[in-house]
Design a protein around this ligand. Sequence first.
Ligand code: PHE
Length: 339
Amino acid sequence: MKEELDNILNEARKIIEEINSENSLENFRIRFLGRKGLLKEILDKIVKLEEKERRELGEYFNYVKNEIEKLYEVAKERIITSKKEIKFDIHHPGEKIRKGHIHILNQAIKEIKEIFMKLGFDIERGRELVTEYENFDSLNIPPNHPSRDLWDTLWLKFEDKNNKYLLRTHTSAHQVEVLKNKPLPIRVVIPGKVFRHEATDQRHEIQFHQLEGLAVGEHADLRELKGVLKIFFKEFFGTELEVIFRTSYFPFTEPSVEIDLECVLCKGKGCNVCKNSGYLEIAGAGMIHPFVLKEAGIDTNKYFGYAFGLGIERIIMLRHNINDVRLFNSGDLRFIKQF
Ligand code: PHE
């Protein structure tokens, strides 16, 4: 019977080498260690033996059973790890990685900057936090001047000896700084977020984006501005649209104009978006006021230039037929995923 046990052990050692699946391992277990397996068969015989023989063979039986159990455990470990390795198989098709994308606002700002760069404009970055001087005084808006009421301002509680601070109400806050620091001739655009203290509705948000344009140099007159904007709108909307100037008032431009764009949706025929006028108010602009040029140290006898401020959300809303400006900041994925 000892011989029989040896044969079983030898067979187990041989078979185990070839085992490479959970199925064949299970068959191994059933054949050798199972309740009706080879070892059980022998055990049934051993228990029937005389005491002395039974004890001797019993010990040997335990040794063989132990060995076979070890073989089984080692093979099990091997099969589990090789299964794990399959997960790193380079031939295995990968799982699709879910990634986000750039928000429509930033996509459009990038596009707008690229169009203006092609037209010879540099890009400048401003700051969201500016001084009272930058936002108002430098732009010919002295304290207590009624035109300050045009901007619903968010002031900071913090102020120091020299300055009061606020969230810029318009990107014009950077006009003097840019005019002062850049060599002439100047052609720049400054995109950025601006803030106003006002009630929100479909067309108004307390924060939105503007694009400031500034040009000082030989041909920097309103005629050039009209041409630049016509090309810009054509690139941005993919179709030629009429641009008209309507007289207006800003303290930092003289003369000042309001820029109207032929309604993108009805092509000037009149619809509910343009309130049947065929045109949409899209930007403020004008020739830079001599006060501002002087503030920047530019000789007003030699130089002149134009400035404009364009509402970025507004032109995106027109291009994509978006009817509520509040959607931009809503974080609503149903909106964001459309672009
Ligand atoms: N800063 C003005 C506004 O926010 C727009 C503007 C910019 C007007 C430049 C004239 C020149 O309303």
